[in-house]
Design a protein around this ligand. Sequence first.
Ligand code: SF4
Length: 204
Amino acid sequence: MTKAEGLATLASEIEKCTRCDLYKSATYAVAGEGAASAKIVFIGEAPGFREDAQGKPFVGSAGKLLDLLFSKVGLRREEVFITNMLKHRPPENRDPFPAEIVACNIWVERQLALLLPKIVVTLGKWSLNYYMPAKKISEVHGKPARVQNVAVLPMYHPAAALRSSNIARELENDFLKNKELLQNPQKADEVDNFFEESGQASLF
Ligand code: SF4
């Protein structure tokens, strides 16, 4: 089975998932999308209103901002993979419950095990805390760190940047200062682990 076939199979399994209650109120599962050959995976929090309506990740205003940030560092959406910690939308975009994150982890783990990216960009605190449970995004954003055998680059969530001009500036700066790494994912092998803990991921 090719990576693309594996991702498609996973997406159809996610569509049928009942591991937590979120599928009951959602319109579509949003498994994620992008290149099967992607060396960079972006992981957000959960689908929002537009994502739920279309079954695609980051298609609302936060997605438009993400596309703008991609253009500033020479990335194209088609060459990366974009997904979320939760594959179904929480009602009214509320924060995920910890039990929902635990229930849904299996899907992002299986996607990452297939994709084997060089870099995981975490967007917001939920995906950051998956890799670095004790870290605050305000302290580590924009600083890549090695967690096991992947470079994790924590970023603010674009939705937070839409609510705060300060965060918007920080997010743009974080993209720009990591432009070389994002354009050359093989350089991720040079990222040192400068955080004390190794994170909780056990993905590969
Ligand atoms: S949010 Fe995740 S765990 Fe919950 S039903 Fe959807 S796919 Fe399954």
